[in-house]
Design a protein around this ligand. Structure first.
Ligand SMILES: Nc1nc2c(ncn2[C@@H]2O[C@H](COP(=O)(O)OP(=O)(O)OP(=O)(O)O)[C@@H](O)[C@H]2O)c(=O)[nH]1
Ligand SMILES: [Mg+2]
Length: 323
């Protein structure tokens, strides 16, 4: 394998080749971007056949532990599992290393698992975009279940929701903070709530929380579409994991009917297109020789109140499209 990994290297299922390909799509160098774009086009026919599953939840809810246990459970059933992560874009959230291998010691040693921590946040606003490409790479490399982890802080959840087929929210048994989830409109996003840590003395509370969330769903979501389920499990004691998987299978059976899966992914592709165009324009504004000086100058003017945002936006647009 040379410096630039090829589609054939990827198809061979070699994990190092996959890691190299991901590094390529995460690169900001223009020459790498071109190679990455070519690679993605080459592998496109080999993509689309995995279960793309988003997993979210507040810090400490047990995401890493769940992914370790659930991933191993799936591998026992003959699946190949890839774990990806999307960092919260908010710098305030910081601190937690998503997809960290030390929290998934068994899984990271397993031949049929691939774990990729989230890309460095140096990729401004683009981590979620690169993850979309990474999803395609993992599919071409033969992974059939993709677990995409994010921390529940809003923006990154929406981004992950926009790139997966199924979105799972992990919660802890003692109701309180999690009620926030309901208020924040999380019920619109999720396909299931799994109450983790349903073990030991928390079992009773977990059952109560389950009843609570299930009735909230019944109230808030109409009869159309998929009715989100509420389940309990213990990632630590590895209980009810098969039930969670059965529910996911049921969902994908439903999604496979009436072109729902194809429709969903088509809509996500449109969203992706719009994001990419915005990202490119943003990049252009920051790097174009012609605009480099003018853009920060206008920002300062808006910042100091010398110009309205509306007027500054007009000037920028006129600079991009002088005619
Ligand atoms: N009792 C019990 N504890 C659990 C369970 N799952 C995770 N924990 C514990 O909860 C703590 C946090 O678990 P993590 O898996 O690191 O949680 P996380 O959501 O990945 O946390 P961040 O990476 O900080 O966002 C650890 O001490 C785990 O051992 C469970 O099912 N039952
Ligand atoms: Mg974690």
């Amino acid at each position: 394998m040379g410096n630039s990994p090829s589609a054939a290297d990827l198809r061979s299922g070699d994990r190092r080749a996959l890691a190299k390909c991901i590094t390529l799509v995460e690169s900001k160098r223009p020459v790498d971007r071109n190679l990455a774009n070519q690679l993605i086009e080459d592998i496109l026919p080999d993509t689309g056949r995995s279960y793309r599953i988003g997993i979210s939840g507040v810090p400490g809810v047990g995401k890493s532990t769940f992914i370790e246990s659930f991933g191993l459970h799936l591998i026992e059933q003959g699946k190949k599992v890839a774990v990806l992560a999307v960092d919260p874009s908010s710098p305030v959230a910081g601190g937690s290393i998503l997809g960290d291998k030390t929290r998934m010691p068994e899984l990271s040693r397993t031949q049929d698992a691939f774990i990729r921590p989230s890309p460095s946040s140096g990729i401004m606003g683009g981590t979620a975009q690169r993850t979309r490409e990474t999803i395609l790479l993992c599919e071409a490399a033969g992974y059939d279940v993709l677990l995409i982890e994010t921390v529940g802080v809003g923006q990154s959840e929406v981004a992950v929701h926009g790139m997966v087929d199924f979105f799972m929210m992990l919660m802890v048994p003692n109701a309180g903070d999690e009620l926030q989830g309901i208020k924040r409109g999380i019920t619109e996003l999720v396909d299931t709530i799994v109450i983790n840590k349903a073990d030991g003395e928390s079992l009773g509370q977990a059952r109560q929380a389950k009843a609570y969330y299930q009735s909230a769903f019944n109230l808030l979501r109409g009869d159309e579409g998929w009715k989100p389920r509420v389940m309990t499990c213990s990632a630590l004691e590895r209980t009810n994991l098969e039930d969670v998987w059965q529910m996911i299978e049921e969902y994908f059976n439903w999604l496979g009917q009436e072109d729902r899966l194809a429709d969903k992914r088509r809509q996500q592709n449109l969203l992706w297109l719009h994001k990419l165009v915005n990202l490119e324009i943003d990049q252009y504004l920051k790097t174009s020789e012609r605009l480099k000086g003018a853009y920060p100058e206008l920002e300062t003017q808006v910042n100091t109140g010398l110009m309205t945002p509306f007027r500054a936006a007009r000037e920028i647009i006129e600079m991009i499209f002088p005619d």
